[in-house]
Design a protein around this ligand. Structure first.
Ligand code: SAH
Ligand code: SF4
Length: 393
């Protein structure tokens, strides 16, 4: 494959409808839900209203049993129960860190497992959601990058991660009881396993469901999608999702970024920045988060900091410095605290917020890039890595 060949994604998403089983309603968009109900006998005239009712039961009240949908007739509830299920991933295990971070291992169809992390903060809480089992990309500092891509998650499996976390936090409102305005699960970051922009449609549909005002109702400004830099999908993210964007920048020269984030060989820093410049305009002036992992002696010099400022000039930006989370066999070391602070200082003095991400849930290995399921241990060979990423000349 030539260096310029497009990186394709030929993984299939499993069909929502299993051949012999009932249809899972979780993850269907409103339109899809309507079509599904009609296809199973709901009269077309009633379909819109039924969608609204069922939608609210599932996403606003967190119900999983049709029998509880009391504004539907008993006969209709029985019909629904015969044909459909309301299914979310099964929580296989849960670990709670001394700092309150919760890590769930959830099982999805096919027996695969993905991790979901809940990080409580003062007055809010963030859920770190996965979009794929493994990842096709091969960032050299990322543990997920050593795993093969097994498959894309379905929209239901993505929104299902939010639903299981709400179950565990006991945060579904109760009809008739006033809502508590401070939410335990108030923010979503697509920073778990996988590259969300290589599973675009499912991620989009899941986030649309999460944003829907008659359901989970999270504002688009409380959802952050992190990408390694899949340039052609960035404008589409602005148009079709409209959430906040974070980008795994991590280096200030193409030479270094090629090594850290190999997708850079396909879309280099300049091309990426061009797409990023357009994003705030398309989504109405939001700041872009530049994620920058601090690797000792690799990308952490004062010169790097100054180059970074130059590169992002003119982009409304915040630089999030991530102390490298080391994993066994990792080819890098974390920069010293002093180095990280000095780097942060240079960025800050240039007028950009430059928070240093405090590692959370370290005792339960809940940090970025460490999410890895026990069942997906297959490691890629170097050749496979290069071939899958379409980077081999
Ligand atoms: N695939 C997407 C989102 C998942 S990774 C992306 O790459 O943006 C979420 C963030 O964690 C990314 O910025 C990623 O570069 C970073 N990350 C991965 N492994 C890490 C590690 N070992 N230490 C620190 N950050 C890491
Ligand atoms: Fe995939 Fe993101 Fe890890 Fe890169 S950093 S290998 S894109 S999950």
């Amino acid at each position: 494959m030539s260096a310029n060949a497009p990186i394709t994604q030929d993984v299939m998403t499993i069909p929502r409808k299993l051949p012999e089983g009932p249809v899972n309603l979780v993850g269907l968009t409103r339109d899809q839900l309507r079509e599904t109900l009609i296809a199973h006998g709901t009269p077309e005239k009633q379909a819109k209203m039924r969608v609204g009712q069922i939608w609210q039961w599932i996403y606003q009240w967190g119900k999983r049993d049709f029998a509880e949908m009391t504004n539907l007739s008993k006969a209709y509830r029985a019909e629904l129960a015969e044909r459909f299920v309301i299914e979310v991933p099964e929580v296989v295990s849960k670990q709670v860190s001394t700092d309150g971070t919760r890590k769930y291992l959830v099982r999805i169809a096919g027996g695969h497992e993905v991790e979901v992390v809940y990080i409580p903060e003062e007055g809010r809480g963030t859920l770190c959601v996965s979009s794929q089992v493994g990842c096709t990309l091969t960032c050299s500092f990322c543990h997920t990058g050593t795993q093969k891509l097994v498959r894309n998650l379905t929209a239901g499996e993505i929104v299902g991660q939010i639903m299981v976390a709400r179950d565990d936090l006991d945060e579904w409102p109760v009809p008739g009881v006033p809502k508590d305005e401070t939410r335990l699960l108030s923010n979503i970051v697509l920073m778990g396993m996988g590259e969300p922009l290589y599973n675009f449609e499912n991620v989009r549909d899941a986030m649309k469901i999460a944003m829907d005002g008659e359901g989970i109702s999270l504002s688009r400004r409380r959802i952050t999608l992190s990408t390694s830099g899949v340039v052609p999908e960035i404008a589409r993210t602005a148009e079709e999702i409209g959430c906040l964007l974070a980008v795994s920048f991590h280096a200030t020269t193409d030479e270094v970024r090629d090594k850290l984030v190999p997708i850079n060989k396909r879309w280099n820093i300049e091309t990426l920045l061009e797409a990023l410049r357009a994003y705030p305009r398309l989504t109405n002036s939001e700041r872009i988060t530049f994620e920058y992992v601090m690797l000792d002696g690799v990308n952490d010099s004062d010169e790097d900091a100054r180059r970074l400022i130059k590169l992002i000039e003119g982009i409304p930006a915040k630089v999030n410095l991530i102390p490298f989370n080391e994993w066994p066999g990792a080819p890098y070391k974390r920069s010293s605290n002093n180095r990280i602070r000095a780097f942060a200082d240079i960025i800050y003095k240039a007028g950009y917020a430059s928070p240093i991400r405090t590692p959370r849930g370290e005792d339960i290995l809940a940090a970025c890039g460490q999410l890895k399921s026990a069942t997906e241990r297959a490691r890629k060979s170097r050749k496979e890595i290069a071939a899958e990423a379409g980077l081999q000349s």
